[in-house]
Ligand binder design. Sequence first.
Ligand SMILES: Nc1ncnc2c1ncn2[C@@H]1O[C@H](COP(=O)(O)OP(=O)(O)OP(=O)(O)O)[C@@H](O)[C@H]1O
Ligand SMILES: O=C(O)[C@H](O)CO
Ligand SMILES: [Mg+2]
Length: 448
Amino acid sequence: MPNQKKIKKHLLEIFHTGLEAVKPTTIIPSSINFNYPLLKIEQQTFDLSLFKHIVVLGAGKASALMAQSLENILEGFITKGLISTKYGHSCNLKKIEIIEAGHPVPDQNSLLAGQKILKLINQYRSKHTLFIFLLSGGASSLMVLPQKNISLKEKQLITSLLLESGANINEINAIRKHLSAIKGGHLAKAIYPSTLVSLIISDVIGDKLDVIGSGPTTADSSTWQDCAFILDKYSLWDKLSSSLKSYFQEALKGHLSETPKSTDKCFQKVKNIILASNLKALLKAAHKAKQLGYKTIILTSSLQGEAKEAGKFLASIAKETLKSNHPLAPPCCLLCGGETTVHLTQKHGKGGRNQELALAFALEIQNLDHLYLLSAGTDGTDGPTDAAGAIVDGTTIPYASQKNIDGKKFLELHDSYNFFKAINTLLITGPTFTNVMDMQIIISTKED
Ligand SMILES: Nc1ncnc2c1ncn2[C@@H]1O[C@H](COP(=O)(O)OP(=O)(O)OP(=O)(O)O)[C@@H](O)[C@H]1O
Ligand SMILES: O=C(O)[C@H](O)CO
Ligand SMILES: [Mg+2]
């Protein structure tokens, strides 16, 4: 098999091995042991004989498969359930109801999910109920319940403005939490005094509990002042509706309460358990790379910054392996993960952070043999496209220019999707039912 085809096969094997490690069908059975009446989740044990009801709620792109895996364990012990997931991310459930909703911008179904989840909480809130919340990436958009005087339309507007501003997820979710009556700890407040355990797949750098899905079950560390700073930093004040603008101004005068903080007693009855993260995927991927014969290193699980700059930086490391055998001598595999950002210009094409990073990487290694990169979103969607990412090597740019496709131009226009589509090197996986941010896999060989 020609080298390029073999390496591409290795890249895909390493990527899918990492993905498998963080899928609900892997992590739920391996984290939960149920032998009635004891339900053991990681280090936590719950005695189900103390509860009259078990209610399963959830939101996020992985929540349907998490719910299915949990149903297989708890079967008839679940009284009721409702989860919200992205369109096309459902699966068959026996007891738990599914709502499919809008992402990354919330829609009417996102609001319906928020309303129905709160209704179920109000119906079953008691000391004799155990609530299990299944939280994964995408939850911020899939479950919304705006504070009074804020419309869904205004939430949709500010979400789009933030997504296009280049703001990172901490900043985006600080704003979302302060406009929500269910995120930013409000869900935990509503559930109290029932017992709440939240099972979490982290798609956030540093696995910060109050940022994942805008932290519905966790005390919020962000403040109204943070919101003001973010609105200033991205010059968003003048783009807000007048009612939203005055909402924030009222809050900054101290006329609106803050989001629930760690001193609130409701968090005494909450256990937040992270079942999977980017690092977990990278560790399994690294194991596979070693099995395939590559010296392997994990560079980071918290890659951040502008996607195209990250692509250039990773290319410099890849080239160093050929130049001086640092940080590893070929044949080697360098892994990293995290979540870069893309600050979109007014006029822009179609793409995603991973496709943009891959295109920038390809531009730096053009005509170099022996270097290969896979960059993809672990949720299977990279930006508003049907691609998860792309695979590039030293031939990508020269091959495109033979077809009069100018990689540099497409990068400037943030049109990476159409670049890779034109040369048929998009990586399409479809929904993966998990989400631990993005993964980059670099292979450097010396084989011809
Ligand atoms: N044309 C484009 N080129 C590059 N990046 C883009 C483009 N359009 C949107 N993006 C980026 O895609 C980001 C959204 O990516 P994506 O939809 O994969 O995130 P998500 O699925 O909402 O959440 P997660 O971060 O969990 O994947 C936006 O924040 C924006 O910066
Ligand atoms: O839903 C969200 O807020 C993002 O996926 C981060 O968890
Ligand atoms: Mg994505």
